[in-house]
Design a protein around this ligand. Structure first.
Ligand code: NAP
Length: 316
């Protein structure tokens, strides 16, 4: 079986950047992208804070550009899902639904997925009124009413995006102030279509054959409960890392993120992690890109050492 020099798992900004850097280092990386390209970036309606795009760019477009750039330098992109890895013996083994790969180095850039609310009706109505992606589903709510759950950057940014389509957007947040950046907050407060339900949580999503019709809302301070009629529920209550396939193979934090040092090294030599899957202070496209570059260069160094090529140690 062919032993790849670098296998990258994850097709978001960290993975694509690792692909660009490993590709330019002549390592001919394989990038296993999962089922869709771009990761969370592709679910973002408008990216305004990634340098080089002063007018902003849609997350999907940015993902396509990054993919093209990675492919230009020889990254082979495979649309498949990793099911398990064996990191106990070297070369490492990566199993997907479609095949098995052997790799000298592995870069894990699997990011994080939207956290579920975990309330009755959420699972039942997913795709029929419950969504985690305004960019994908916002259009279906043209002329209709929606609620957004959460108070972070994602909730507020996507609530603003939804005002393009919906007649009213209610943002339901469990506290009395938003966590989102000030610039998003100000825009939301100025937007007449956005209304706020403070100190409140959604306890149930209700509906019928045709989809969602209402949410049950509970005020956490007074205990008061009421039904709020709506056609759609967009949930933005944070993320959980995609590391289930790594259990027992790598050191993870209590919350399931990969433990890394400043150079993206994990607890297993030759395995690197980049982007939001790391225990991370600032989950942004800009930082994911930086760590993707770092992981690829560290993988290159690891391979050079394996091949006994002289490689100058860089100072910190
Ligand atoms: P987040 O910052 O973790 O915010 C999650 C929000 O959901 C918080 O307001 C939290 O409330 C609320 N929440 C959590 N669990 C809940 C529950 N069970 N029920 C009700 N509400 C709940 O997540 P995010 O907004 O997805 O952002 C993730 C990261 O990506 C952040 O670091 C963010 O800055 C970054 N991001 C950046 C941009 C940008 O710069 N353009 C855009 C999107 C995301 P509390 O506030 O009470 O904790």
């Amino acid at each position: 079986m062919t032993v790849e020099k670098v296998v990258i798992i994850g097709g978001g900004p960290a993975g694509f950047t690792a692909g660009i850097y490993a590709g330019r280092s002549q390592l001919s990386p394989v990038l296993i992208a999962g089922q869709s390209l771009g990761g969370q970036m592709a679910l973002t309606s408008e990216v305004e804070n990634y340098p080089g795009f002063p007018e902003g760019i849609s997350g999907q477009e940015l993902a396509q550009l990054m993919q093209k750039q990675a492919e230009r330098f020889g990254t082979r992109i495979v649309m498949d899902q990793v099911t398990s890895v064996d990191l106990a013996s070297h070369p490492f083994t990566v199993k997907t639904y479609g095949g098995t790969y052997k790799a000298q180095t592995l870069i894990v850039a699997t990011g994080a997925s939207p956290r579920k609310l975990g309330v009755p009706g959420e699972k039942e109505f997913t795709g029929r009124g419950v969504s985690y992606c305004a960019t994908c589903d916002g259009f279906f709510y043209t002329g209709r009413r929606v609620v957004v759950v959460g108070g972070g950057d994602s909730a507020v940014e996507e609530a603003l995006y939804l005002t393009r389509f919906a007649t009213e957007v209610y943002l339901i947040h469990r506290r009395d102030r938003l966590r989102a950046e000030k610039v998003f907050q100000e825009r939301a407060f100025r937007n007449e279509k956005i209304k706020f339900i403070w100190d409140s949580v959604v306890t149930e999503i209700m509906g019928g054959e045709s989809g969602v019709t209402a949410v049950r809302v509970k005020n956490v301070k007074t205990g008061e409960e009421f039904e709020h009629p709506t056609d759609g529920v967009f949930i933005y209550v944070g993320n959980v890392p995609n590391t289930q396939f790594l259990a027992g193979q790598l050191e993870l934090t209590d919350r399931g993120y990969i433990v890394t040092d400043r150079r993206c090294h994990t607890s297993v030599p030759g395995v690197f992690a980049a982007g939001d899957v790391q225990e991370w202070v600032l989950p942004q496209i800009a930082t994911a890109v930086g760590s993707g570059a770092m992981a690829a260069m560290e993988a290159e160094k690891f391979i050079a050492a394996l091949e006994d090529r002289a490689y100058p140690e860089r100072s910190e």
